[in-house]
Design a protein around this ligand. Sequence first.
Ligand SMILES: [Fe+2]
Ligand SMILES: [Fe+2]
Length: 284
Amino acid sequence: MNAKAPINNRPEIPVREPGLRPSAEVPRHFHGGDPFLSAFFAALSSVFPDGERFFIDSVRHYRKELRDPELIRQVRAFIGQEAHHGREHETFNEWLEEKGYPMAPVISQVRQGLEAARENLSPRHQLAMTISLEHFTAIMANRFLQDPQLSRQLHPEIRELFLWHAVEETEHKAVAYDVYEAVEGDYWTRVLVMLEITVFFWMHMMQITWDFLKHEGNAGILRMARGLGWLWVRPGPLRKLLPEYLAWFMPGFHPWQQDNRELIEPLQRRMAEWELPARGEAAD
Ligand SMILES: [Fe+2]
Ligand SMILES: [Fe+2]
């Protein structure tokens, strides 16, 4: 299969509105009582709302140049899904703030960084950032859906939020990529921007996780080393992403070369009650 493969045969991209908000009884250390892993998941959530708005705008910039009606339909659904991710994670971030995570300064820092990217980088660079980060979310979603080590210890109310997000990141994992291929498609840009994003994203994730731990008096080299060891060495769910991450650098890469529809099908059925009616008009 190559990047220009037809996009029939892919999962539908329904827009859902789950309306999830953890109850007050859910503990602050919602990942198995572990401060590091809870801070790491809170760090992921802190970057989602502004990150997803950035994704939407970078794709929307090109919508008038698209000719394939199926891709135009998928872009509309992608925008709908990402807009709902932003809203649900804003609600979750409010809950995290109430639990004592210092979300406001982190979110404002993320916002400023993305604002600077919008002002200073070309639309092509911004779209390449989006497809790189969408590759991260797709492979992390895949790991989350198939590896109980990541999800088992999450409090069920919070697991539900991340499961829903993982299903939708899988459903729309190729949309921004197909837009990039249709309008820009430069191999070296996507490769170089992926390298830039890899350093930038993980540095920020670790910085935010550290800030959250420090705020609650739980930061320390040992705790950080143990947490990083869990993520990267044993059991190492992030290390296991490496082959999927590296696939990006193949010239003929396409997100659906990894066909993982069977992972989401039972969840799609369970989440059908959250689906909104399909919109006929452009979501712009
Ligand atoms: Fe998302
Ligand atoms: Fe996404």
